[in-house]
Structure formats: structure tokens, C-alpha cells
Design a protein around this ligand. Structure first.
Ligand code: NAD
Ligand code: DAU
Length: 353
């Protein structure tokens, strides 16, 4: 039986991960889900596990020392998987402070609490414990037209978001090097799939296309991202938690690079075909570029493939169609998260762009 503390489990990847783990481990798992329920956290994402005795939800901050210490002890936690974060680059450009508080200081607090709960008097650790930090390829910076990020690529974060994630990674590595705590760091490329908040490229474009609103493409639309279906990321994190060699970093990605404009045109063709033929490329609006916009990300996933046997299951053409269908079938979820403060956010970010 594993007793897992999942943080940020009401967000996009965290909620998909909880569904994935309950399915995979059946009765051999108990999950405590600690989430602050910021604008990005949503209990609607967890409707499918409502009343499931294997999952308990706690609203709270990963930076709250007494709360995390209590959860570690009360639930005899043996694995911490840290998804909780401020995750959106554009927001980090506007308001970096909360990125330092949650992504850096919150992670440091989790590390301290895990060590206090797991370290024996002689400096060894209880058997079977593991801290997994869910990080991002953005810590490596920006690539030119060729090449890939490997685990040896030097950290070179450029946005406040990626700077905060890289800082957290360094603290996690310090807990391994200094205190000998068993940790892993995963660094994944861009995820897409159900429950992603519509501030991110793919759900934002689906939402706007359905509403026949402008589709705001930053700069020349030729920045490249390496897209991975969220379930494939969840599978990788589960493998790393179970079998990852302590102290190691694993990059996660499916060799699926696309320019942003290609993604936007694909969404237009899917929404146009499924909903309304008047949704066309005329909706595309090139807007002022993101400050410091990283040009290209591309992951080399050879290590996790060779050492842990990971490979992605979902081809992009299937994943993007499944994703568009999910948003079309979950209009209520989408209207729930795009009312109220979302409108203010949208006006602030895109009103004068
Ligand atoms: P998200 O923004 O959808 O969800 C983040 C969750 O964390 C929310 O539920 C929010 O309420 C919670 N949270 C925020 N601050 C908190 C705090 N102080 N205490 C407790 N909970 C808090 O993010 P996501 O896209 O699901 O990303 C999850 C993790 O994966 C992040 O660490 C992110 O850096 C990393 N990641 C994301 C991607 C991606 O493409 N989305 C790719 C690689 C890595
Ligand atoms: O690479 C992993 C990272 O991917 C994660 O660590 C982050 O949490 C996640 O947000 C994501 O970061 P990006 O900045 O790459 O994702 P985003 O969806 O914000 O943007 C993807 C690309 O699309 C990027 O080049 C900017 C562009 N874009 C984005 C938005 C929201 C647009 O052209 N228009 C938009 O309106």
C-alpha cells in the first residue's frame, strides 16, 4: 500500500494524475490531495472521485509548515509528488512574487517536512520513501532551430516562472546532495488534455474558436513547443515515483514539435468541422509578442525510455481530437471557469494587445 501526498491535485495535471493513479493501483493506494484552490484549482476536476475513500482532499498551502507536517504524520505519507505551483508564464511576467512564494518557498517547506517525517536518527531514511518534484523543460531556457534538452543541459531559465521552477529544482537536488533524501525531478514538455485552464494556448484557442472570438497568436506564431498528452506525462511520473533511481532527473517528452500557428490552425479545422463551418482562419489575430518569449523547446526523452521503459501512448492527431471533443462535451465546466475573474484576466492580458 502506498500513501501518497499529491500537491496541486485540483489543477490540470494533478487531477488527471489522481484519476490515473486510482485506476492503476486499485485498492493499493491512498491519496491525500493538498491544494490551495487558487484560480487554477477546481474541485469539479475531481467529480469522478467524489466519495472515493482512497482520496481525501485538503484545502491548504504547501507553504504551511504545521499543516504539511500534520498530514505527513497523520497519513503516514511515504511519497510526496509536488505538482502545486503557479504555472502560467504570462502571469509570472505580470506578478512574479507569488511564483517565488509558492514555487520556491512552498517546495522548500515540503522538502523540510518530508525530511522531518522520513529521516532516521542515524541520517538514513525510512524504506520506500520518495519525493518527486514535477518540473518543466522551461528550466533549460530556449533552443535555436536544432538540438534537444537532455538532463545534462545547463539550467538557463528566462521567465520569472521558469526561474522559480529552476530554483525549486536546485533545492530538491540540495536535499539529495546534502541530506541524502531520496528525490527525483521530472522535466516535461508542454501538456494538453482535459481540465486544462483556458489561459494556456490549446484550451484558450478552443474556447475562443467555439465563441467565434479572435484567436490571439503571439509574435510571428513560429515559436515551437513539444506537446505531450497529459496521460502520458502521468504515466511517466508514476514510473519515476516507483522505479526512478534516487537523485536522478528524468526528461519527459514525445518528440512532437509544432509551431504555435500550426496548433491554432489544427484547432480551427477541428472546431470548424465539428461545430460551425464559419469558424475559419480569419479569426487568427497576430498580437504583441510575450516579453522574453522562448523560441523553441524540444525534449530528448532517451533516458526515461532506456532506464524506465517509458514511451508515450497517444499520438498528437488522436490526442488533440480527444481534447477538442472533451471541451465541446464539457461546456458547463468551461463556462464555470471562464466567468468572473477570468474575464478580468482576459481583458487585462488581451484587451490592448
Ligand atoms: P495548474 O496551474 O493547472 O495547477 C496548479 C495547482 O496548484 C492548482 O490546483 C492550484 O490551486 C494549486 N496551487 C497553487 N498554489 C498552491 C499552493 N501554494 N499550495 C497548494 N496548492 C497550490 O498547473 P498544471 O499545468 O497542472 O501544472 C502542474 C505542475 O506541472 C506544475 O508544477 C508545473 O510547473 C508542472 N508542469 C506543467 C506543464 C504543463 O504543460 N502544464 C508541463 C511541465 C510541468
Ligand atoms: O514547457 C512546459 C511548460 O508549458 C509548463 O512548464 C508551463 O506550466 C505551461 O504553462 C507551458 O508553458 P508555455 O508558455 O509554453 O505555454 P502556453 O500555453 O502559455 O503557451 C504556449 C505557446 O503559445 C507559447 O509559445 C506562447 C503561445 N501563446 C500562448 C497563449 C496563451 C500564444 O501565441 N497565444 C496565447 O494566447
Amino acid at each position: 500500500m502506498k500513501n501518497i501526498l499529491v500537491t496541486g491535485g485540483a489543477g490540470f495535471i494533478g487531477s488527471n494524475f489522481i484519476l490515473y493513479m486510482l485506476e492503476k493501483y486499485g485498492d493499493n493506494i491512498q491519496i491525500v490531495n493538498l491544494d490551495l484552490l487558487t484560480y487554477a484549482g477546481n474541485l469539479e476536476n475531481l467529480k469522478a472521485v467524489e466519495g472515493d475513500s482512497r482520496h481525501s482532499f485538503v484545502q491548504g498551502d504547501i507553504g504551511d509548515g504545521p499543516l504539511v507536517a500534520e498530514l505527513m504524520e497523520k497519513h503516514a505519507i511515504d511519497t510526496v509528488i509536488n505538482f502545486a505551483a503557479e504555472s502560467h508564464v504570462d502571469r509570472s511576467i505580470e506578478d512574479p512574487g507569488v511564483f517565488a512564494r509558492t514555487n520556491v518557498m512552498g517546495t522548500v517547506n515540503l522538502l523540510s517536512c518530508a525530511r522531518a517525517a522520513w529521516e532516521n536518527a542515524d541520517g538514513s531514511y525510512k524504506a520506500g520513501v520518495k519525493f518527486v518534484q514535477v518540473s518543466t523543460d522551461e528550466v533549460y531556457g530556449s533552443l535555436g532551430e536544432t538540438g534537444y534538452f537532455t538532463e545534462e543541459t545547463p539550467l538557463s531559465p528566462r521567465s520569472p516562472y521558469s526561474a522559480s521552477k529552476a530554483s525549486a529544482d536546485l533545492f530538491v537536488a540540495a536535499w539529495s546532495d546534502t541530506y541524502g533524501m531520496p528525490v527525483n525531478i521530472t522535466r516535461c514538455s508542454n501538456n494538453y488534455g482535459p481540465y486544462q485552464f483556458p489561459e494556456k494556448l490549446i484550451p484558450l484557442m478552443i474556447h475562443n474558436a467555439v465563441g467565434k472570438k479572435d484567436l490571439p497568436v503571439y509574435g510571428d506564431g513560429l515559436n515551437v513547443r513539444d506537446w505531450l498528452y497529459v496521460d502520458d506525462h502521468c504515466k511517466a511520473i508514476a514510473l519515476v515515483a516507483e522505479k526512478g533511481c534516487p537523485g536522478e532527473v528524468y526528461n519527459v517528452g514525445g518528440h512532437n514539435e509544432r509551431t504555435n500557428i500550426v496548433i491554432v490552425k489544427k484547432i480551427i479545422s477541428l472546431v470548424g468541422g465539428k461545430v460551425d463551418a464559419t469558424v475559419t482562419e480569419s479569426l487568427i489575430k497576430y498580437v504583441t509578442d510575450r516579453k522574453g518569449h522562448d523560441r523553441r523547446y524540444a525534449i530528448d526523452p532517451a533516458k526515461i525510455g532506456a532506464e524506465l521503459g517509458w514511451k508515450p501512448d497517444t499520438a498528437f492527431e488522436d490526442g488533440i481530437e480527444k481534447t477538442v471533443d472533451w471541451y465541446l462535451q464539457n461546456g458547463e465546466w468551461l463556462s464555470g471557469v471562464t466567468s468572473g475573474s477570468y474575464r478580468d484576466y482576459y481583458d487585462k492580458m488581451y484587451g490592448n494587445r
